[in-house]
Design a protein around this ligand. Sequence first.
Ligand SMILES: C[S@@+](CC[C@H](N)C(=O)[O-])C[C@H]1O[C@@H](n2cnc3c(N)ncnc32)[C@H](O)[C@@H]1O
Length: 322
Amino acid sequence: MKEFWRKKRMNPENKRILAIDIEESTPSWRHLLIKAKLIYYFFQRHLFNLWLKVRLWDEMPPELRKLWFLNREGGMFREKTYRMCDRRHALKGSSILVPGAGFGHCIFQLAAFRPRKITAFDVYEYSKEWDFVAQTCKDRFGVEVVFEKGGFETVESEGRFDWIISDAVLEHIKDMDGFLKSSNRHLKDDGWFYASFGPIWYGPGGDHVDWGGEMTRWDHLICEQRLYEERFEKKGLGAAAGTLEGDFLFHGRLFSYLRAEEYFEKFKEAGFFMDLGIAKVNWFARRILKNDPDLSKKLDERNVPKFDRFINGFLVWMRKSK
Ligand SMILES: C[S@@+](CC[C@H](N)C(=O)[O-])C[C@H]1O[C@@H](n2cnc3c(N)ncnc32)[C@H](O)[C@@H]1O
């Protein structure tokens, strides 16, 4: 294994993240710790859902009232969310498509469920990381993983996947209708679509840049363009919390710019049936907004949807057929 790392010379940050993911996909004492945390979160989730629904009912777009409401991540670790997929439609022996796989850091945890095959693609190529992930999944789990550079057109035939699994991708998709239609076409009739997405553009931190401090979380929505650009110049690429992501995404306009409600309208239009949807509420962000009428007024002036302002993101499990 050491030899493999040495030869491949991956981006050190990607390498570090992949090492953590390998560890998380392998049974260990950490799993016991996670299990203990999950018990705590099980109770916390039910309480927060009720409490947040009561407090936020009038502020929610009616279509979104059916969702579950969590405070921030609410214990929705990958271990948990993939298990929730597995309970709905077995991952073991399935064929899984992972659009927007990035350098492949969610793949190990999926491979641990022993699907028949994982096909993954991304518009950017990470050949070294992909070779490493594919080789490791074969060696550890006996699972075939194939990576392609590009979009849905790189995937041969349609209607052959049991699952489409996408983490942290939808908020970056420019042509959401096209993306969802292709997703639907590539699924078997009894196939499922799982997505976790966020931060969303109109929410706190929607530009994916950490400017430091909680009060700056909406600056991408209210700052004058020139001042905002000056910040990038001052902070340089370091603005992106250790990666090049924020700067790269912002200047490439790599966001869907959709409102929370619009995502759900588009899921429906594309023919998906929602089995479970979860909203991640940032209660702390809402408190800041309540206590700072000037900030809220600025967001009003920019027509920032009232609900999105304190939403971190969503998780959805959807079926192709009823
Ligand atoms: C934030 S990264 C998430 C990567 C990975 N899913 C993860 O959880 O680490 C979003 C990825 O989506 C990819 N992406 C954006 N639009 C895409 C598209 N239309 N087709 C395929 N990949 C896309 C980007 O290149 C990027 O690697």
